[in-house]
Design a protein around this ligand. Structure first.
Ligand code: F6R
Length: 242
């Protein structure tokens, strides 16, 4: 399903509506959260609804998509800290129930397997919020990777490191070289996917996502195989759709 909405606030409210419906049916549901700018309007809408008493995450677990490897525990760009700042601290989720792949584990290969297992043990993700990179990546699954991968250690592309250098004093040498990320196979197991894309920079990725064939060159296209996937775009991101 593709929804072309007037602006990011309308998108945030529309996704918050879907999340609210999930939690009305199951107060213990699990929410998949993403970092980046795309989910921020959704997070604002969720915080407002929790403040108004319309929604509660008291019994929820949040599962993050990805994390840098080797980043300081208290670095503001550590994704766990970003999620705390942008959403977890603004709603009533128990901080102990906010989970992410562990980028500083002594044994990363064991840690990524444990993360997939934790998601399974908690009953799976009910609704996953997603952004999309201009190259079609979701989470840190860059073009050319496996379409069925599990949570894994990945190498950040030069492009992604350059894009993110602005968060590290503009100094490329401070940007981590590796990440841990849910794989596309892991993400596809969420029962519902809600992807946000806004702005002209996402128009090519949105065209491939909606109208292209499924290809590892555009990782998000695997979502075409998902039975309950929703894509929310503004006019600029939809501009290249036929
Ligand atoms: C976020 C993530 C990334 C972003 C994507 C879009 O956890 O893994 O895939 O969703 O890079 O970023 P924004 O929303 O900042 O354009």
């Amino acid at each position: 399903e593709v929804y072309i909405l007037p602006d990011e606030d309308a998108i945030g409210e529309a996704i918050a509506d879907r999340i609210q419906k999930v939690f009305e049916n199951n107060a213990n549901a699990n929410l998949g959260v993403a970092t980046g700018s795309s989910p921020l309007p959704t997070y604002r809408a969720l915080a407002a609804r929790v403040a108004d008493g319309k929604l509660s995450f008291k019994n929820a677990h949040f599962f993050m998509l990805d994390e840098y490897v080797g980043i300081d525990e208290d670095h503001p760009e550590r994704y766990h800290n970003v999620i705390t700042t942008e959403i977890a601290s603004k709603v009533d989720v128990d901080p102990a129930n906010v989970h992410g792949p562990e980028g500083n584990a002594p044994d990363l290969e064991a840690a990524v397997k444990e993360y997939d297992q934790l998601i399974k043990d908690q009953g799976g993700v009910d609704l996953q919020i997603l952004g999309i990179g201009s190259d079609g990546h979701i989470a840190f699954n860059e073009p050319g990777g496996s379409l069925v991968s599990r949570t894994h250690v990945g190498v950040l592309t030069k492009q992604t490191r350059e894009d993110n250098a602005r968060f590290f004093d503009g100094d490329l040498s401070k940007v981590p070289t590796h990440c841990v990320t849910q794989g596309l196979g892991t993400i596809m197991e969420a029962r519902e996917l809600c992807l946000v894309a806004t702005g002209a920079g996402k128009a090519d990725a949105v065209r491939e996502l909606i109208e292209g064939g499924i290809s590892a060159l555009w990782p998000a296209t695997i979502m075409q195989m998902h039975p309950n996937a929703h894509v929310f775009v503004d006019e600029a991101a939809a501009a290249k759709l036929k």
